[in-house]
Write a protein that binds this ligand. Sequence first.
Ligand SMILES: Nc1ncnc2c1ncn2[C@@H]1O[C@H](COP(=O)(O)OP(=O)(O)OP(=O)(O)O)[C@@H](O)[C@H]1O
Ligand SMILES: [Mg+2]
Length: 750
Amino acid sequence: MYQPRDQFQPDQKSGIELGGTTLSVDRVLDILRRQWPLITAILAGTLALVMIYLLAARPMYTANARILMDTRQTQVLDKDSGVNNALIDTGFVDSQVEILNSDDLILSIVRRLRLTEDPEFNGSDPGIIALILGKVISLFGSDGPPSKERIERGAVEALQKNLRVERVLTTYVLSLSFRSRNPDRAAQIANEISDAYIVGALEAKYQSTKRAGEWLQQRSAELREQATASDRAVQTFKAQNNIVGTSRGLMTEQQLSDVNTQLIQARAATAEAKARLDRIEAISDKDLAQPTVTDALNNTVITRLRAQYLDLAAQYADWSSRYGKTHQASVNLANRMEESRKAIADEVRRIADSYRSEYAIAKSRESSLEENMKALVAQAGSTGQAQVKLRDLESAADTYRNLYNNFLEKLQQATQNQSFPISEARIISTAVKPDKKSSPRTLLAIAGGLVGGLCLGFGAAFSRELLSDVLRSPSDVEGELGVKCLGVLPDIRPATAVAQKARALLPTDNSSAKQNGASLSHYVVDHPFSRFAETLRNIKLSIDVARLTRDVKVIGIVSSLPKEGKTTVAANFGHLTALTGHRTLLIDGDLHTRSLTRDLAPNAKTGLLEALKEPKSLGYHIQRSKETGLDLLPSFVASRMVNSADVMASKAMADLLHIVRENYEYIIIDLAPVMPVTDAKAIGHLVDAMIYVIEWGRTTRSALQESVSGSEVIQKKLLGAVLNRANPKMLKRIEAYKGSHYNSYYIEGA
Ligand SMILES: Nc1ncnc2c1ncn2[C@@H]1O[C@H](COP(=O)(O)OP(=O)(O)OP(=O)(O)O)[C@@H](O)[C@H]1O
Ligand SMILES: [Mg+2]
């Protein structure tokens, strides 16, 4: 038993669920097979646009200069700057990018290079696209010839558009690129901008140091005055309070300590003189000859006198013992001894006198010093108060002086910086004339066009497929209806359309033109080996298989909407079964359009309605095809009926069908579409099976759902569905996986 695999087995391959539809590899391939012309068209369109762009776009050249933000240079002068200052924060570098892009800087370049006279920047030579855009915009508002400012503004904007300044990764290097139609111009402008930036930076620095210098100068003058005034205040106060400063402190303090030292010395001297005097006064006459006393005096005169006395005393002792004390010599000696003693006593007295006067002097000196001391102490007490105030004044004066010195130093530095300004930035590579155009990049544009075109094409193809609500493959039908798709009927119009045209050229052959109008209902007869005929045979086979288990004789051909091909399918199916020798009756059950009757029996004056009234006269109303032996029960209605559904569901219809069941093997009823009228649903319980015709690529899923799920009887009787009017070219593409010889079994033109 021949049953094409693809038509009967639902697609159970796993896939990705996408918007309610499963996207499997097979489905993707299917979509690509169906939609490749669209993809190719979009790709070709994109590439054509790219080519137009490449031809129309003017070549542009980009020159690149690089600027380094270098802190070390500024540190040469800036002694105060710590280590942290060496690091420029990223915000600073980003600000420099903005400065390079700033209107003022660019405007200075525009003026210096007179770019308002350059057609590239003054807008007098725009590109093709800009020209068209400009024309369109000018339609909406004409505002006279542009002013000088506007031209300048335009030039600034044109420059800014072509200028790109960016930080190189995380370094302190700024890369400055400028694009122009002229390579020399590109390099020149890039260099001018970087130069202007450096000069601008120096100028800004100069201005700021100048301002700082001026301020410092003013402030230091004020400070100098303040310092001088406070110094003067200190001096005046000292004079007023009689405070004299020496290197070792104030005069009063100095004097006090000096007098104190002297007083101590004087007291010691007095005590020493007193001691000496006391000792000499303590010496009695008897003691004069005593060596201990005289030795203590340590006087040369006394020592000599004593030595003399001792000699006399020794001689006296000798002589008195030898000659007796009374001896004149001894008496003489005794007298001399007395004299000597007197001399010693005189001397001692004289020394005592000198000691006394020494003592008196020391005492008077001591008392004078004490007086002095007292006076000084009194004076010091009064200067103590003034001292506190003085210290205040002095510290104020010190502060002012220090501040002044500090400012003076800063001022010096500022003046230095001003005369030798250094900027943080320096150019590390100047722009050179580019030898290659930077845009348009032919290869890149083509590659981009290819990729973009493919993406667009695939996107369009997939969205067209996935968003479309129509059915195109047996699996679509099976998924939607849950019944077998019995086959895909190709569109048979094109082949005949050509023939029709050819025949129409023959003016006299009216009959052939007429015949052509009905030719589609005879298609299987004319093309028995076509795919169309083979698919109908497959439908017949499915019915025959169903007949093995139940009685399937009355078959309704139905569709959701009009013009899906019910009549064509019914007529051809009828011819096909009749040709195979089966007794077949074709009933025109569409009482609204009666297209089957108009097609196959245009002259019929009676038909179904008459037969319903009188079933026995059935044979009288039936017309037989000479060609195939197919019996046709046409319909004839004088005016359109309102109760056609009642007629369809009537007892008479049941009786009629009962009669024809006896005489025919296949009874095919061409029905009206389900959605607009209810006829098909009404006759549903009288038919054995229904075959649903779905127009390929036209009938929507929603229409199908609405018509089938809305009718239980149709669901119950549905034997299968058939896709009609499939585009043969598309069909070939879809079925390319079946191999190139798949269609060789069909003979379409036969
Ligand atoms: N497979 C096909 N290839 C080419 N043309 C077809 C095919 N099937 C139907 N047609 C054409 O489509 C038109 C509508 O077909 P047909 O009358 O069979 O549809 P219908 O569903 O019976 O319409 P209605 O609902 O009006 O009865 C006709 O002109 C017919 O020739
Ligand atoms: Mg019809």
